[in-house]
Design a protein around this ligand. Structure first.
Ligand SMILES: Cc1ncc(COP(=O)(O)O)c(C=O)c1O
Length: 486
């Protein structure tokens, strides 16, 4: 294995992820008592998005904008060039995009979903169909907002929770051909490939698969769009799992992937450990089609709604994505937690992917019907007994269909995000310990119901409540087992 931190062996034979960085700025954390956590849950409508961080111990909601930044990024932010137009910070951003992603035209946007808005505005019309390996919440919301719909074309293996398949994010090639033949290429504005498919457990696709998708897109003259928000980790897993690439550098692998996309967009909150986003291409026509939308929705073409400090941090962060010793940190911590839980019988998505550890609430809470949101309930219960905030990735995160009916998610997952270089191993062990306790006491967890449901992206601000007094009973059991522990 060409794994940088694992190439350092322990005399004891222990196999643990070793941090290849030191901590120089820290933030104090608090663990409020379990009774306060129950109050906080009621205040937040049993929705972890609505918790205040003053009530959160380990914040594993997301990796978005929460990855640790490097000394070099912070240093670069101090020398940013403040200008409405023509900022040299933007020139450095352009150069980084060209060097790392191989694309010469760059449009800045304030975050990933802004790119999705612009691309959907330009290309999606009523009746459009957008095939993709799997949807991401905001990508789907923008496509449907402009009258289109999506088709998710994964292989069956992608939905198998305990699997050894190295590339569960692969696009199903037969289904892609069928989809194009059924709807006609003219109704398909683009094919979207999401690197490290977020909602099915951060699962990567292979370059072999991307090559095949690229060939099909070319055959029918359809644009290939790459959501590169988690590209670095996908590339790192390609290096670990795809024979052809095991001796290639991160830079070579990334360019191999980006070279096939007509259009790339990304959330820099994820891709380069900072803020902001971007759209890039080598195709001048595409660039010209999207360009006018940036000043309309985002800001002038050399800042796109971002501060120049953020732009400097993105540029440095893009180069750092090429550093295996940096990019391996999050997936290795995830692998550690996934394997620890898996070995003790807790159902988790395997193989370990990127972004976080994904726990199978559908299985753990099989006594809770999907109509009562098992993943939402498990996320709330886990916060209650640990102070750790994860994110529901199940039916609460789904949107209703065009007739207002519930659409139930394929998977009901609790995602515990492990952002890059943020948590220590003892904190990960605390998470493992509390998940094991909750797993033992899973029969005490009950369902949830909506008391306030926003029409769009309901998971962000929606409010729920328990169907009965299960949260109080869970708290009582916690006190019984842990005494006066926080
Ligand atoms: C794969 C993927 N695409 C797009 C986005 C949207 O990016 P942002 O949150 O910056 O709007 C995200 C955010 O988590 C994501 O994971």
């Amino acid at each position: 294995m060409s794994d940088v931190s694992k190439s350092i062996k322990f005399y004891s034979g222990e196999d643990i992820p070793l941090e290849l960085h030191k901590v120089r700025i820290v933030q104090k954390l608090h663990l409020v008592p379990v009774e306060r956590r129950l109050e906080a849950l009621y205040e937040a409508g049993f929705n972890t998005f609505r918790l205040d961080t003053k009530d959160v111990f380990l914040d594993m909601l997301t990796d978005s904008g929460t990855n640790a930044m490097s000394d070099r990024q912070l240093g670069a932010m101090m020398i940013a060039d403040d200008a409405y137009a023509g900022s040299q910070s933007f020139v450095r951003y352009q150069k980084a995009v060209e060097d790392v992603l191989g694309k010469k035209y760059l449009l800045p946007v304030h975050q990933g979903r802004a790119a999705e808005n612009i691309i959907s505005n330009a290309y999606v019309r009523k009746g459009s169909v957008v095939p993709m390996n799997y949807h991401f919440t905001t990508a789907m919301a923008h496509i449907t907002q402009y009258g289109g719909r999506i088709e998710e074309l994964l292989y069956d293996e992608a939905y198998v929770i305990r699997s050894r398949h190295p590339f569960k994010g692969n696009m199903n090639l037969e289904k892609l051909e069928e989809c194009i033949k059924k709807h006609g290429a003219s109704n398909i504005p683009f094919i979207r490939m999401e690197a490290s498919t977020n909602l099915i457990g951060g699962q990567p696709f292979s370059i072999e698969n991307l090559r095949a998708v690229h060939a099909i897109a070319g055959k029918y003259g359809i644009r290939l769009v790459l959501d590169a928000s988690l590209l670095g980790e996908n590339a790192w897993l390609v290096k670990q799992r795809e024979e052809e690439f095991k001796n290639k550098s991160m830079g070579e692998i990334i360019l191999e992937m980006t070279g096939m996309a007509d259009l790339i967009y990304f959330s820099a909150r994820k891709l380069s450990s900072s803020r902001g986003g971007g759209i890039c291409t080598n195709n001048e026509k595409i660039f010209k089609e999207l360009e006018p939308l940036v000043p309309l929705f985002e800001g002038f073409l050399t800042y796109g709604g971002m501060s120049v400090r953020e732009i400097e941090a993105i540029a440095v962060g893009l180069y750092e994505t090429l550093d295996e010793g940096m990019i391996c940190q999050s997936p290795q911590f995830i692998e550690y937690l996934v394997n620890a839980l898996d070995s003790k019988g807790v159902p988790v998505v395997t193989p370990a992917g990127v972004l976080g550890c994904h726990i199978d609430a559908m299985n753990i809470c099989s006594h809770i019907p999907q109509t009562q949101y098992p993943a939402g309930a498990f996320a709330a219960a886990f916060y209650l007994i640990s102070g750790v905030r994860g994110m529901e990735r199940g039916s609460v995160s789904n949107q209703r269909d065009e007739y207002g009916n519930e659409t139930y998610a394929d998977m009901e997952l609790l995602r515990l995000a492990i952002p890059r270089r943020v948590f220590t191993l003892s904190q990960i062990k605390y998470v493992e310990d509390r998940i094991l306790w909750l797993y033992e006491n899973r029969h005490l967890i009950g369902g949830l119901k909506f008391i306030y449901e926003p029409p769009v992206l309901r998971f962000f601000m929606g409010g729920l409540e328990p169907v009965d007094d299960w949260a109080q009973k869970l708290l009582a059991k916690f006190r019984e087992d842990f005494g006066d522990s926080l």
